[in-house]
Design a protein around this ligand. Structure first.
Ligand SMILES: [Zn+2]
Length: 269
């Protein structure tokens, strides 16, 4: 079924099916504190976070990217004052005159809920997506396509509503370090320091790069329901995993990339 521009199923309920959500402890709950406008403001309650995601159309209210943070518009921790913003949009708006007013309008009319918004360029889907891991190898409906040193580098789950954002988790490490979560269930939550990782969104790609540029992941939205891991370079201490047009390699040695379907884990290396 083709995915309509309005995002089929959005707003038809918040029931979440078999979604394996990683509950990563974070300390952004703000209670009644007053914050700076645009500060991080992650509701402590899962129901409140769901409310915000639903109101924002499951993506950044400014550009629709499905990797985002919870931020307060005016400084209040009230759920109706909280928006989803991707890191580049938050950076672009921070300190800008009129940003608060503009965000208030975006919260009422988030881009992901506008009829002219082209959802095909981003990971919105009706159900669990397939993933092209390397050229010619597709893993179908596989929540953990690559396990590296026992850790899922990429984690994919069905959107919480049909037509919503594919649930993405990403765990990476730069050279010499141990893998840590960078994205947890679509939230930009780099563990160990905001400045260690950057997120960019050129066109239909998510590009995540470590500060020292030793590690990088490029994930592209190919068609609704199909993602492609265009490039992956990550570490587990001294071991290096690379994946891209040359296939999958561990410390430079090629290893087979299996095409699998409906397996929990695609490959473990
Ligand atoms: Zn954005």
């Amino acid at each position: 079924m083709a995915q309509g521009p309005r995002g089929d199923g959005l707003g038809e309920g918040l029931h979440k099916g078999l979604v394996m959500r990683c509950a990563w402890p974070v300390g952004f709950a703000q209670g009644a504190r007053i914050l700076e406008p645009l500060a991080l403001s992650r509701p402590a309650d899962d129901k409140d976070r769901r409310h915000v995601r639903h109101a924002c159309g499951y993506g950044c209210v400014r550009c629709g990217a499905t990797i985002y943070q919870y931020r307060t518009v005016s400084g209040s921790a009230d759920v109706d004052d909280i928006v989803l913003l991707c890191p580049p949009c938050a950076h672009a708006l921070a300190g800008r005159p009129g940003a608060e007013q503009a965000l208030r309008i975006m919260r009422q009319r988030p881009v992901a809920r506008q009829s002219q918004f082209d959802r095909r360029k981003l990971p919105y889907a009706l159900e669990m997506p397939d993933l092209v891991v390397v050229p010619g190898v597709t893993m179908r409906k596989t929540p953990m396509p690559i396990l590296f040193g026992g850790v899922p580098v990429l984690r994919l789950d069905a959107p919480e509503v049909p037509g919503g954002a594919v649930e993405i988790g990403i765990t990476l490490a730069m050279a010499g370090e141990a893998p840590r979560p960078v994205v947890v269930a679509n939230e930009w939550l780099p563990q160990g320091g905001e400045g260690d990782w950057t997120f960019e969104r050129p066109g239909n790609r998510y590009v995540i790069t470590s500060r020292d540029r030793s590690a990088q992941l490029i994930l592209a939205a190919v068609t609704p329901g199909l993602l492609a891991l265009e490039l992956l370079r990550t570490f587990d201490g001294c071991r290096m995993l690379e994946s891209g047009h040359n296939g999958t390699r561990i410390d430079g040695v090629a290893c087979p990339t299996p095409a699998v379907k409906s397996q929990i884990v695609g490959m473990a290396v």
